[in-house]
Design a protein around this ligand. Sequence first.
Ligand code: CA
Ligand code: CA
Ligand code: CA
Ligand code: CA
Length: 301
Amino acid sequence: MKTPALCAALSMTAIAGADIAIQFDDFSNTDELVINGDAQATETSDGTVMRLTPSAGNQAGSVFSETLIEASDFSTRFSFRITENGGSIFDGNTSNGADGIVFVIQPVDSSLGGLGQGIGYAGIPNSLGVEFDTWNNSANNDPGQSHVGIDINGSVNHNSGLPTAVVTGPELDEFGDRWWAWVDYDGTTLEVRLSLDDQRPADPIISTEIDLVDILGQTTAYIGFTSATGAAWANHDIIDWAYGGFCAGDVNEDGFVDLADLNIVLANFGTDNLDGDANGDGFTNLADLNIVLGAFGDECV
Ligand SMILES: [Ca+2]
Ligand SMILES: [Ca+2]
Ligand SMILES: [Ca+2]
Ligand SMILES: [Ca+2]
């Protein structure tokens, strides 16, 4: 399949950018962030992290981009560590770290939601949250102590009738581990991946359809994180973070647009096989080939 046109297109791929809007390898420089409540950059053995809450009771903190950023589609990757869990144990929990971390997209840079079970997110309108919840609150229909869920419009109640999703499995309540998370939204489907190493898993733990622009009421937003503590607590640290446009050409979803993706598109070319369908229109054809070539060589965030 070595047509002259294809070779020419491949040679141009060096100009393709990954469209990364936010990149923090650490948080020694927070000039481009708005930091609210009890959050502050803190030196730890992981380097200078963004400590959303310290290990103390009734804390709440948030951090957001200082500018509005495109949110109609996106990919983001971050790692976090929750340490020094302490406080009371009740409400069906078996250890005392609380309350977790929420990745949040919403339209006000100073937003900070409720303490404790609110995870710093409760009550923020026109918002999407991906919660990494470490404390069982029966009042919120939490499925157990450690879980990952999608929150909409400031509600942390998993039984609110909103298009939320929640899964158990990752043992966030082991505490002390470094977790890597990936959240990808192609304009239709939101996917969440989680791992104890920096290798992006093939399969998401959550995949759910949402209309984020409808939720936000706009196409741009402030992007960041919230956390809180209550009668139980922990340090909630974001170690590193990147955010950019959805990596459209990555049809095998391994975090890179490369020869593997090109081969998948070519192998399915002219069919309605979705494996090579980069633009989600139900067909694998020239439009998808152009997307892969346009992003060829990109590493997704
Ligand atoms: Ca909870
Ligand atoms: Ca929850
Ligand atoms: Ca790929
Ligand atoms: Ca297509």
